[in-house]
Write a protein that binds this ligand. Structure first.
Ligand code: AP5
Ligand code: MG
Ligand code: ZN
Length: 308
């Protein structure tokens, strides 16, 4: 069995929108969302030794020491649900963390497939973090202005109470951004040199960023029957050139994009001008069916040309 074949990273400054975009991306990829910050906050909540060790660093906005974070994330990646891969959010954050991830994946015949770098100007980060509210139960994030919950103070998804993160205080945010620039930003060049970096403009509405992330993981393709554009995600095995794969990926509306047919590729501008209704609904945040993640090519789905 091919392990860890779909490891995708979300890289970006504090407040860039990693957590906001993660649920959707992990759903469409069919892999778990692994966020080092969420794991650390869970350790703190449970009062574990790691949680107590991490506390002071997190409250100052400093990084928790590499060895602690590396051990925590590697243990998470070895659980059965991450066998096919994972969407990593907030890890790696330093060069040693990146090297440790590379070594562990290589041991299992895997590698980082794609790094999605969310680029957002600094003043916007501060504004986003100051207005952020989080669900302590399911980790969903909201914003007073940009993404208010339906009922103030209550999570739309699980009805738990929302709270603000203690490290979102202005002085702590300033330090988090500084630490990001010093320790994490160099990873952009590190992954660019490996040819896996995708820079996505994160200073846009949540749904437009979502579409741009999909386009980075696949692209925009024209349907054959109607004059509509679809967003598709590349299938990892097809990218690797596995001989049996006759198809390239799958659209958000659930159709196959084959390698030889449907060749008309488009841009995000074309997608927004004339989008497939179901692909559009998917990026607008209607729940995405986990089963819609790519399956074997000969299972029941339709090819894009047949009805799109
Ligand atoms: P972590 O939890 O990872 O925090 P972070 O990296 O600072 O990032 P954030 O979670 O603050 O930002 P985000 O990009 O997820 O933004 P979000 O989507 O919520 O780490 C916390 C701490 O843990 C660290 O400081 C460190 O101490 C420790 N730690 C974690 N990982 C570590 C590691 N690997 N090594 C060492 N230490 C580690 O969005 C923010 C707000 O903006 C929300 O309100 C949202 O609604 C809004 N928003 C999002 N997108 C948009 C948009 N497009 N338009 C308008 N508003 C938007
Ligand atoms: Mg986050
Ligand atoms: Zn919730």
């Amino acid at each position: 069995m091919e392990r860890h074949r779909e490891v995708v990273l979300l890289l970006g400054a504090p407040g860039a929108g990693k957590g906001t975009q993660a649920r959707f991306i992990s759903d469409v990829l069919g892999v778990p969302h692994v966020a080092s910050g969420d794991l650390l906050r869970e350790h703190r909540r449970l009062g574990t030794e790691l949680g107590r060790a991490a506390q002071a660093y997190m409250d100052r906005g400093d990084l928790v020491p590499d060895e602690l974070v590396i051990a925590m994330v590697m243990e998470r990646l070895d659980r059965p649900d991450a066998e096919r891969g994972a969407l990593l959010d907030g890890f790696p954050r330093t060069r040693p963390q990146a090297e440790a991830l590379r070594a562990q994946l290589a041991e299992r015949g895997g590698a980082v497939q794609a790094v999605l770098y969310l680029a957002v100007p600094e003043p916007v980060l501060i504004e986003r973090l100051a207005g952020r509210w989080m669900c302590g139960h399911c980790q969903a994030t909201y914003h007073e202005q940009f993404k208010p919950p339906r009922q103030p103070g209550v999570c739309d998804l699980c009805q738990a109470a929302l709270s603000q993160r203690p490290d979102d205080r202005r002085e702590v945010v300033a330090n988090r951004v500084e630490v990001y620039l010093r320790d994490t930003q160099p990873l952009i060049d590190y992954y660019a040199a490996q040819g896996v970096l995708h820079r996505v403009d994160g200073h846009d509405t949540i749904e437009r960023v979502r579409a741009a992330l999909c386009a980075a993981l696949g692209g925009v393709v024209h349907g054959l029957r109607r004059d509509r554009w679809h967003l598709y995600l590349r299938h990892p095995r097809a990218v690797r050139g596995n001989g049996h794969e006759a198809w390239l990926g799958r659209t958000l509306c659930g159709k196959y994009v084959d390698r030889d047919g449907n060749r008309v590729r488009g841009t995000l501008t074309e997608f927004w001008a004339a989008s497939c209704r179901d692909c559009l609904r998917a990026v607008q945040g209607s729940p995405v069916d986990r089963e819609a993640a790519p399956k074997a090519p000969h299972s029941s789905g339709e090819a894009l040309g047949s009805s799109a």
